[in-house]
Design a binder for this molecule. Sequence first.
Ligand code: MG
Length: 392
Amino acid sequence: MPSIPTSPWLLDREAMEKDEAARLAPYAVRAGDSAGRVHPEERHRYRTDFQRDRDRILHSRAFRRLEYKTQVFVHHEGDHYRNRLTHTLEGATIARTVCRALRLNEDLAEAVTLAHDLGHTPFGHAGERVLDELMRDDGGFDHNRQSLRVVDLFEDRYPDAPGLNLTQETREGILKHGCSWEHPLPLPPLGKQRTLEAQLADAADEIAYMHHDLDDGLRAGILDEAALGETALWQRARDGVDRDATADVNDNVRRSRILTAIINELITDLIEASAARLEGSRVCCVEEVRAADRALIALSDPVATDKLALKRFLLERFYRHPRVRHMTRKAEGVIAELFAVYRESPELMPGAGRGRGEDEGPARAVADYVAGMTDRFAMSEHRRLLDPHEPC
Ligand code: MG
């Protein structure tokens, strides 16, 4: 092994940790203060523990499967619609922007955001609802809980530890609002609030999906601009764009400018309102953030009200639109029928899926297996197992 060169410009992990200590705000999480991993490991020479978490998530199989999991539209409906992978990446860039402005830990927020949807079922929330219903007598199903199961249990990468063996801080961020369910590994201790980086991952997720669902809804012709004009966020963005626009700007560019103005208003407000809350709260360390009475990463009250109105608009006009509901119904049928087939004949699942049933019951093993599927794998399994025209 070559000797380590000495150079004043070489930044090893210890130097990065010192840099974080000097550069980050006092209430940010520092990698050097991490509570560590469930299974202790030797630390890396050139990456902090949170950078390592991020890389482990990015290289996981579950992360690659996000590409073929629905956000709102099933993947074969069009090449330009978002899927869970692009949603996740858009959320992660928002999280990084806000972190950098607030001097929080970008690596931790990025790791949490990249992992936040790993537990999503095929076909988006429709799949989650059905699995929760089918698992009602066996502990239910929730995608946040499932994300933690994925990183803690299902990625077999290391000889001495199950899952990705992430740090407690990243696991705390993925866990979201605590839990009342059994989990095979010790859960990270939770305060009243989560770290600012974890709070930010939630806010970034929401801004990301509102922005791209507007874009995708308009692209699909399900949403229209005239109706969107009822919402304050759209109105403000449109008026600003129309005021500044040159006469010959085409519709696509104009719409894109309006969407950019909306996401820009939300992110800017999130940065500035959170900075004001942090200043007003006088928190000066992570423990005080955890003990605070309210989350400190949040939009200002007026913008939060406008965002809620837009969210309701999307719920009524987009997620409950007949075309989306039709897709949802078909997806629910696929999930429910696959669940029933595997419950009755667990031997149809590959070995790993059946093995888990010995620890946590056969229903959970089926839920884990079905939840891990991509849309296209679920559809091909459904065809293979349930289409009478397919050969057995
Ligand atoms: Mg999400």
